[in-house]
Design a binder for this molecule. Structure first.
Ligand code: 26Q
Length: 799
């Protein structure tokens, strides 16, 4: 499959045809929305042929398909993504300009598809891109949330949340499939008839499919992202309506729809919520029913299912897939229990994304029995088989809870961590016992990012420089960036590299000026920390360092300070009180520090509201310094860290997650390392009063804490932060106090390094050159090779 050439003139005509026939508008009355929809539909037309061809080829190959089950797909915008993969990016821009439209404005009109919280959801989106680029037959399965992640704004510095409404406008990329639907049962009870279990459900909703084609690089392949929406089984109740009871008439529909209404905004666990469990079962059951229907319709024998079906569980959220598949094999297809369990396990693999023990999903057993009585019984059978096979002490059902991590592990043929360090810690900590029960089951697949979105399309100046330096075939073979290394000695190349960075900094400054009326000093170092707000990610430590720096600049204004803009971005879970205090404190500190004439030249704090994927695409290319400062052992991998390095921003960071591997690739001399190691963190926690001692040992830190506690940044409410500060001194589980001095000192090394312009640019360029390994194409090749055993169906790529 190759992409047929389309001229800008032809493409203009296609856009106009959609404007007229799909939008019902003529040119003189068209709004930006109308142009955006017409452009999207014109692009979508070009995806259909590669999509059909891929489906046909998959069918003819009679091979294995991958099913990626994820509660989250954090997609962002799609216009540029699709245009770039179709090779129509320049054509689309020219076509719209010829129609008198501002291409950038039309692209920016698209709302982000924010069907995810953060790293896990964005990883799923990058994986979909790579699966298509590599030509691996795959379906992504998830939920078509009516409301994605909430929108954030600040009121007097405090986070406020409002509902996100991406579906208020038509979604241009999807195809509704009303004919593809499945009943999903909940509740009721289980009856036994002659040794056969029959589940009499209490309630049934319908899962209805919406398909979005996902086209890969150069349109060589396209897979499907199938998202499920919940609908009612009962038709509209006309009797109630005729009686005038309008509420009752629409009640069943409203009740059913709540299941796919909103994404849970917590990115650890928000335990015990019945609706969350229903969401998990809803999309998992629909997906399993769908893949079984496809398999059987192709004439498959279910005993051979594992040769044709690879199901990947994105964390434990779809862990009910194990019991659901076992249930269907036993209750509907006559399998014996042990045969059903073995078959299901051979299909399933599980990716773990967290070590925080409190973040492992557990459900109260009584709630679980109420919602999924048949599955509870199946889990007992799975647990019994596990104990019989291993003699293990580990239980799935324990202390009145259903432990989803243990369930996912026991029902998977492989379990993987997401960075080298994380996978080792998975073996040593959360799953140590299961690791010895099932040696060899845990493996590593270090995360990656798609270079199409995270370099090619978000960073045009650097993309063009790379094209002219090493040619244009790097986007699906990112290790080619290595070819830039030799140029990192060439002052002319470095000048161009710096010019690209400066252009991106200007673009960011203009965007911020237009959006928020904020001006940035373009000569300052742009120091960026963007990610969900979490205590373990330590935005608070970054803020403490900022205040300490402010103090020192005030005391010694003529010491030749390196100007910095500290940029923060990210949302806190609405119920996470400490994270919200941290946001408030950053905004309060920004107000005071930004208003200080004595330091204004050297230090500025910026916290744009509502950080999302589209904002990341503007911030990352403009970044000079990447903040990856989590407590060692807590960040499973990180993927933002990879995006920054790829776009030429050196990291200041701890030995945590994929930072370790990034540092190995870029070289220790091109990475600003500080802080305790994971082993030292564990040891330090055993020291009594470690936080208090650390504060006493650091006058610089003690002073900052006194200022915050004393109300220097909260003159309207002097005690606002006393709880936050006392929490640090008395508990500080994430060792902010212990790493503070090391962090502050390393930041001063960064200041010095940044002052030597050419040396800095060289370091930045070497970061870009040496992180090609972090392409999600490499990650997906690893999953395909080690877990799924699926070949590429693109002839040129056979893996
Ligand atoms: C679970 C139950 C109930 C409610 C919410 C949740 C929930 C939702 C989202 C739990 C976790 C998440 C998301 C976790 C996440 O994004 N983890 C990140 O995954 C990345 C991809 O592997 C890693 O790079 C990050 O290190 C990890 O934090």
């Amino acid at each position: 499959m190759s992409i047929p050439y389309v001229s800008p003139q032809e493409f203009s005509a296609e856009i106009l045809r959609h404007l007229k026939h799909s939008l019902g508008k003529d040119e003189s009355h068209a709004s930006v929305y109308d142009w955006r929809m017409s452009l999207s539909l014109a692009l979508r037309d070009h995806v259909v042929d590669p999509w059909f061809a891929s489906t046909r080829r998959t069918y003819e190959a009679r091979g294995k398909r991958v099913y990626y089950l994820s509660m989250e797909f954090l997609i962002g915008r799609l216009i540029e993504d699709v245009a770039v993969n179709l090779g129509l990016d320049a054509v689309a821009e020219e076509a719209l300009s010829a129609l008198g439209q501002d291409y950038a404005a039309v692209v920016a009109n698209e709302p982000d598809a924010a069907l995810g919280n953060g790293g896990l959801g964005r990883l799923a989106a990058c994986f979909m891109d790579s699966l298509s680029t590599l030509g691996i037959p795959a379906y992504g399965y998830g939920i078509r949330y009516e409301h994605g992640l909430f929108e954030q704004h600040f009121e007097d510095g405090a986070q406020m949340e409002t509902a996100e409404t991406w579906l208020a406008q038509r979604h241009a990329w999807e195809f509704e499939r009303p004919e593809v639907s499945y009943p999903i049962n909940f509740g009721g009870h289980v009856e036994e008839h002659e040794g056969k279990a029959v589940w009499r459900a209490g309630e049934t909703v319908v899962a209805s499919a919406y398909d979005t084609p996902v086209v890969g690089w150069q349109a060589q392949w396209a897979n499907t992202l199938r998202l499920w929406a919940a609908k009612s089984t009962t038709a509209f109740d006309l009797d109630s309506f005729n009686r005038g009871d309008y509420m009752a008439a629409s009640a069943p529909e409203a009740l059913a729809r709540t299941i796919s209404r909103v994404l849970y905004p917590d990115d650890t666990t928000d335990t015990g919520k019945e609706l969350r469990l229903k969401q998990e079962y809803f999309f998992t059951s629909a997906s399993i029913q769908d893949l079984l229907r496809r398999f059987l319709s192709e004439g498959g024998d279910l005993r051979a299912l594992p040769d044709f079906v690879a199901i990947q569980l994105n964390d434990t959220h779809p862990a009910i897939a194990g019991p659901e598949l076992v249930r269907l094999l036993i209750d509907e297809h006559g399998f014996e229990v042990s045969q059903a369990i073995t078959t299901a396990r051979s299909c399933l693999a599980y990716t773990n994304h967290t070590l925080l023990p409190e973040a492992l999903e557990r459900w109260p057993e009584d709630l679980f029995i109420r919602v999924l009585p048949r599955h509870h019984r199946i889990i007992q059978l799975i647990e019994a088989a596990h104990i019989a096979a291993t003699g293990s002490d580990i239980r799935i059902l324990e202390h009145g809870e259903v432990k989803m991590g243990e369930l996912a592990f026991i029902m998977a043929h492989h379990v993987n961590g997401v960075s080298a360090l994380h996978s080792e810690l998975v073996k040593e900590t959360v799953f140590a016992d299961l690791h010895s029960d099932y040696p060899g089951r845990i493996i590593n697949q270090t995360n990656g990012i798609t270079p199409r979105r995270w370099l090619y399309s978000c960073n045009p100046p650097l993309r063009e420089l790379i094209n002219e330096t090493i040619g244009t075939t790097w986007p699906d073979d990112l290790q080619q960036l290595d070819g830039l290394s030799v140029h990192a000695k060439d002052p002319a190349f470095l000048d161009k590299f710096q010019a690209a960075k400066d252009a991106n900094k200007t673009r960011l400054s203009n965007w911020l000026q237009a959006r928020d009326g904020v001006s940035l000093n373009p000569d300052a170092m742009f120091d960026v920390q963007i990610k969900r707000i979490h205590e373990y990610k330590r935005q608070l430590m970054n803020l403490l360092e900022t205040v300490a720096l402010w103090n020192e600049i005030r005391e010694n204004p003529n010491a030749g300070w390196t100007p910095r803009v500290k940029i923060f971005g990210g949302k806190a879970a609405p119920g996470y009180v400490v994270a919200k205090q941290i946001i408030h404190l950053i905004n309060d500190a920004a107000k005071v520090i930004n208003a200080d004439p004595a330091t204004r030249e050297y230090l500025q704090i910026v916290y744009p509201e509502n950080y999302n994927v589209s904002m990341a695409e503007i911030l990352i290319p403009a970044t000079d310094l990447s903040e990856q400062i989590s407590t060692a052992g807590k960040e499973a991998s990180g993927t933002g860290n990879m995006k920054f390095a790829l776009n030429g921003a050196p990291t200041i960071g701890t030995l945590d997650g994929a930072n370790v591997e990034i540092r190995d690739c870029v070289g220790a001399e091109n990475f600003f390392l500080f802080g305790l190691t994971a082993a030292e963190v564990t040891a330090r926690r055993a020291v009594p009063e470690y936080a208090r001692r650390a504060v006493e040992a650091s006058p610089r830190l003690a002073r900052v804490l006194q200022q915050i506690e004393g109300g220097v940044f909260s003159s309207d409410d002097k005690t606002r932060y006393s709880g936050l500060v006392q929490g640090l001194i008395n508990h500080d589980y994430f060792l902010v106090t212990c790493d503070f001095d090391s962090y502050f000192g390393t930041q001063r090394d960064v200041d010095k390094a940044f002052a030597d312009k050419q040396a800095w640019t060289r370091m930045a360029a070497l970061n870009t050159a040496r992180v090609g390994w972090f392409s999600s194409d490499r990650t997906i090749s690893g999953y395909a090779r080690d877990i799924w055993k699926t070949p590429s169906l693109i002839s040129a790529r056979g893996s």
